[in-house]
Design a protein around this ligand. Sequence first.
Ligand code: SF4
Ligand code: SF4
Length: 93
Amino acid sequence: MQDFRYLDDTAILRLTAEKCVGCGNCALVCPHRIFRVREQKAEILDPNGCMECGACAINCPVGAIYVNPDDGCGCAAYIINSWIARMKTGCGC
Ligand code: SF4
Ligand code: SF4
């Protein structure tokens, strides 16, 4: 996804390909289409598009994905929380 991107090289996203069983969950749940699964292995296509939401890691059945915004700058998490707050209030300002 080209919209809603953040700073390059700031997201903490790690994939341990050896653990991957190719279920496809990460590609399915990622809102930014960061993953692709080919030949039963996930690949990270666009690491700088990651917003550290954690959906891929939560839904990986074998713990092959690591996302930890607490180890990063936290800015992506701040942006996501800001969007959620705006959606709740309906305020665009
Ligand atoms: S943390 Fe969220 S945005 Fe980043 S790769 Fe996982 S599902 Fe996609
Ligand atoms: S969710 Fe985990 S096991 Fe499934 S394809 Fe993605 S990395 Fe592989």
